[in-house]
Design a binder for this molecule. Structure first.
Ligand code: SF4
Length: 737
């Protein structure tokens, strides 16, 4: 038998009798793959394929994208609004008018009694950008609560915070094309093959064409680490120590880019002084990477003509998340690796439209990266929407992770949850359940009526899914792409855009602010707001003024900034990189080098709880499985929660492969199936986070002081034996769900 790529036979795919292909974009992860949905002659959806002409995925899709068309008629879809007085009573069907009237009346009554901020709204990273913009108008302009946030606080808040601190604005400066130009690729806490398979494929393709060092920093031997030239199995939560030590080597050996530092940064002297405390021979004892390896990696990175860093949740989900991002930016700034091909600081985003909410939802401020704290920004948006600027708060309210404690204390009485599932996704879910019982009114807006959050809801709004709606996403590399209506909404579900519009009519300011009927009109409002200069007089990077739905489809996605002048000059695809001129969005125009000192506040393994508990993703599932849990083949390949455990540690405890164990700590317990593997060190276990009533019963979730993002990956557990028959029964029940 002959092996090798050239001898592979093409796979033959059975004909699905597709009559028409419709263009859209994947609605799972932030890679932003362009998709075509195949309809047969009866206009029934029969298949999905990657768009061959799209720059992002060039015809490829991962398992989730390939099966995405099965979502439209998946079990558990909400068919009509539901209402009940108490969360333990049976739901009753109701009309949309009654559902919206009742919700608006409840919100107003609660606000009148307890104050405007007693109503909170928590949304997601999975709506369309026009929907985010409209929800922002409703939340900030009509309902007027300051306790409004998105679940992006659980995944991307540290990246946003770190970018703002370093560069004066959010917005990843690099792109996937940087893989083609880089001479050194360093990944922090990012397992691309499982989390972002198509980005990984782009990296692999670049590596096949031109070899460059792949360095992976991760406490676990992830799939990406297995392909690395150098794997740094770092002690959890100590990335700042490693980076400070790398900068110590770079600066002390004169490998920094002095010209770039002088021209484009500020704060170098303080940084240089700080990193003197992080000599590799000292740092190795904190971060667990030996001194020679630290020196080697620092030299490779600094000497590369262009070097880039990527990161995902291994950095963000930490009490040092924002600092970790700022420090990765420091590393790239002092080596002159920002804004040049192959030299960048690229946060790989999680959710499909986490970028869209960052840009336009007004969760952390006002639309288009404007700040509530800035009077000019408040005035500009108030004028644009036609309301009094005094209606806006003067600083940001609570983040999602602070909203639940405020429900516990009674400060927040009503909650509107949009397309997110904190009962599974938040740390310490036992505490979340208890908090939810305190609410006077909970509205859950979701595609699925069997989503766990609905157990506590008083009102359920059935939302339409994915390509039953129209609007844009922005992906990790700032590429705006379109989702188009392929099907009408399922049963009596409604697009989120429609739900927000209808709700606005029930508030006083909803009569003053225009809420357009069509998503493209909302897109045109965003375009108008994206032009011009920011508070410091710098040109706005988030400029989408040259885009239109037609142009986006034609180019199969356009990266911002893309101005009217770009459109007039017939540029098709936008700007691949930010800060190419070294001009940042700060007052001085220079990037901030930020001193990041390490303080050790993690919960760590101890005598009673001797294992680190780490969590992450598997390729088959997305988030809390509200969607992929309904797709047959995703479940078939990943049916059950499991725990990776080192065989030596297991032998010591008398635990065998594929038996059940119970994990316990101060917060709760979880029963999981053991998978013995050398991927985890002896003092660590790893569990995928997708499954309900599992790993987040145990996580502590200490918060990052800047981003309020929880540390999901740094806590400790004990492992106990369980009755195997009982555990198998529990597991079967969970799978049946
Ligand atoms: Fe969708 Fe992400 Fe898979 Fe692409 S890589 S098909 S965007 S889930």
């Amino acid at each position: 038998m002959l092996f090798g790529r050239k001898n592979r036979k093409p796979i033959s795919i059975p004909s699905k009798k597709v009559e028409e292909w419709k263009y859209t974009t994947c609605n799972y992860c932030s890679t932003g793959c362009a998709i075509e949905i195949g309809l047969n002659e009866d206009k029934k959806i029969v298949t999905t394929r990657g768009h061959a002409g799209a720059d992002v995925n060039r015809g490829k899709l991962c398992i989730k994208g390939l099966l995405e068309h099965e979502l439209f008629e998946s079990p558990g879809r909400g068919t009509q609004p539901l209402i009940r007085d108490k969360h333990y009573e049976e739901f009753k069907p109701t009309t949309w008018d009654n559902a919206l009237d009742t919700t608006a009346a409840k919100f107003k009554a609660i606000q009148e009694k307890y104050g405007r901020d007693s109503v909170a709204i928590v949304s997601t990273g999975q709506l369309l950008t026009e929907e985010f913009y409209t929800l922002g108008k409703l939340a900030r302009g009509c309902i007027g609560t300051n306790n409004y946030d998105g679940n992006t606080t659980l995944c991307m808040a540290s990246a946003v915070s770190g970018y703002k601190r370093s560069f004066g604005s959010d917005g990843p400066p690099g792109c996937y094309d940087d893989f083609e130009h880089t001479h050194c690729f360093m990944a922090f806490g990012s397992n691309l093959p499982e989390q972002h398979p198509i980005i990984y494929w782009r990296l692999k393709e670049a590596l096949e064409k031109r070899k460059f060092p792949l360095i992976v920093v991760d406490p676990r031997v992830t799939m990406l680490a297995q392909f690395a030239d150098i794997h740094l199995p770092i002690t959890p939560g100590t990335d700042c120590v490693l980076i400070n030590s790398m900068m110590h080597v770079i600066i002390n050996e004169g490998l920094q880019d002095k010209a770039y530092i002088d021209a484009h940064t500020q704060g170098y002297d303080e940084l240089q002084k700080l990193v003197q405390d992080y000599a590799p021979e000292v740092a190795q004892h904190q971060c667990g990477i030996d001194e020679d390896t630290i020196r080697t990696v620092a030299r490779i990175y600094a000497k590369a003509p262009a070097a880039m860093s990527i990161w995902t949740m291994g950095i963000n989900q930490s009490t040092h998340g924002s600092d970790g991002v700022a420090n990765i930016n420091n590393l790239n700034l002092i080596t002159g690796n920002i804004g040049k091909p192959g030299g960048t600081s690229l946060s790989i985003t999680g959710q499909c439209n986490a970028m869209g909410t960052r840009e336009w939802s007004s969760c952390s401020g006002l639309p288009g990266y404007r700040y509530l704290e800035n009077p000019d920004d408040r005035q500009e948006i108030a004028d644009f929407w036609g309301i009094d600027p005094e209606f806006f708060p003067k600083k940001r309210g609570l983040a999602e992770t602070d909203i639940f404690p405020a429900i516990e204390t009674g400060e927040i009485k009503a909650l509107w949850i949009v397309a997110t599932n904190p009962m599974t996704s938040m740390a310490n879910t036992g505490r979340i359940r208890k908090a939810l019982e305190n609410l006077e009114f909970l509205v859950v807006q979701d595609v699925y009526e069997d989503v766990e959050m609905n157990q506590y809801a008083h009102m359920y709004f059935p939302a339409s899914v994915w390509a039953e709606k129209q609007g844009c996403h922005t992906n990790t590399e700032r590429r705006v792409n379109l989702i188009d209506n392929v099907l009408p909404p399922y049963a009596d579900s409604k697009p989120d855009f429609w739900i927000f519009n209808q709700m606005s009519k029930r508030f006083d300011n909803g009569q003053k602010i225009k809420f357009p009927d069509e998503p493209e009109e909302a897109f045109n409002e965003m375009k108008a707001l994206s032009k011009g200069t920011n508070a410091y007089g710098n040109e706005r990077t988030l400029d989408i003024s040259g885009m239109s739905y037609e142009k986006i489809i034609k180019a199969r996605g356009i990266q911002w900034p893309y101005s009217e002048e770009d459109a007039e000059a017939c540029i098709e695809k936008g700007e691949p990189r930010l800060y190419t001129d070294g001009q940042f969005q700060t007052k001085s125009g220079k990037a901030n080098l930020i001193c990041v000192d390490f303080y050790d506040n993690n919960e760590k393994p101890c005598k009673d709880y001797p294992f680190w508990l780490n969590s992450g993703r598997v390729v088959e599932h997305f988030h809390t499985r509200t969607r992929t849990g309904k797709i047959g083949n995703c479940n078939k390949f990943s049916p059950t929660p499991y725990m990776e455990m080192n065989p030596d540690a297991a032998a010591e405890l008398g635990i065998e492969h594929q038996t059940y164990v119970r994990l316990t700590n101060k917060r709760g317990d979880a029963v999981v199936l053991v998978q013995l593997t050398q991927r985890v060190p002896r003092n660590m276990v790893f569990i995928p986070f997708h499954f309900h009533d599992c790993v987040n019963r145990l996580t502590l979730g200490l918060l990052d002081p800047y981003s309020r993002q929880p540390a999901f990956k740094q806590c400790s557990v004990r492992i106990e034996h369980v009755d195997q028959a009982e555990a198998a029964r529990l597991n079967a029940e969970r799978r049946a769900y």
